[in-house]
Design a binder for this molecule. Sequence first.
Ligand SMILES: [Fe+2]
Length: 475
Amino acid sequence: MEQRLSDLIILLASGINQRRMYFDNHPNVQALSAEIVEKLRAMLSESEQNEFAFGVFSSKFIRKGKYLVGPSIAGRSLIEFSECLCCGGFVFRWPITPADLVTFFRLGAEQKDKLDSLETARAFFASAGLSHIEISPPLSEDRQEGRDDGKNSESDDNDDMDFMAADFAPLLRVYQSLYETVATNNIALNSDNRIDLDQARSSGEELVAVSDKGALDVMQFMRYPDFDSYTIGHSVRVAALGALLARELDWPRDLQNEIATAGLLHDLGKGSVPDEILFKPGCLSDDERQIMETHPVLGVRILLANGETNPIVLSAAWGHHIREDGRGYPVMPPWFARSSAAALIHVCDVFEALTAARPYKNPMCPRRAYEIMIKDKGAFQPLILAALIRTLCLYPPGSEVLLSDRRRAVVVAKGPTPGLPLVRITHDESGVPLPRQKQPAVHLHREPKLQIDEFMQVGVDSDENADTETVVHTV
Ligand SMILES: [Fe+2]
């Protein structure tokens, strides 16, 4: 359900973006409005409610006291609209119509200046004839939607989010553009199949330009299932990992850019795989697996139909499920040599799948993911796998760890000694969170008595017996 809520918010933001490019009666705007109404109808009837509401607080979407990271990145246009309206969220009430949404998108696309008050904004909505969409008052710290008294279990998440907002704000715009690129292409696959290749290319270049800090953000976003509209978050993170590895391997700058773009587009073909298969929790049947395994070929067809000619992008889309020993899919002709680009995206693809949260599994700690990948003899290009481990290390930046003195910390950067990174202490020995300004940075290689005892990201699965086959092969 949470995933569908996130997707719905992203679609609403896309409506504003589409309306900025087109006009009320344009087929894209009309189709999106109808699609949202249909999704809303299904969701409300399932939950036996008659309205769908979410808040906006501190430039992020919030629902039931929980920040929605992915939509907050992908849905900037809707957040900006809420800021123009001086409101703290939106309520969409049944029976909302596609015409209501078209009007909503038009207001969102055209409103550039901040209105002077919530009352003015409400009058603005009323004069446009919007009766099934309401705006709610701004949320204060203790009135965030759904939070009770601030003592609930969400407080840790919010601390993390404040940390993230403070440290990574400059990168959010880039992540937003990456996310939008993949999300927009996914939407296009459901309508006219027209992919914005130029946007993908410029997003890839932006990613490479900021990839100095990329590892940090990759791990941060892997922690939050909400960031992941599954294939969208996956592609963004594969692109980010790909850019890092291409740099680590000293590939030329142009190639780094192409790898980032290839990461964004590598799973395009999944847009043609039915949702019941794509989002099925657990193992696929043989028939379902066969359908799933068509996605590399379908992806290349879509790319070619859109005029893509870049061999890096095409080969990565086609070959990212082919192993180093030639097994995997699609079946590789004997005369064919897999490209290094495909080999690199393959490594990133599997590592991301293992370490990311999915609706049916917890994320796995990187050390365990490395073990599985190393043990899978013949699967990966050794030089690329080594570069992955070298780049991310045992505790990639963004990892949450427990120190030997029982304090909790977040890894900020890798240190000169493997396993001894620079960390920032976030919780004291009793597990009490420290205020952001009182979180000391500690270079573990300078503290001989202090070491990392445990990798302890929330929900991370380090179970040695975890069933990984499914994970590796269904992505
Ligand atoms: Fe794939």
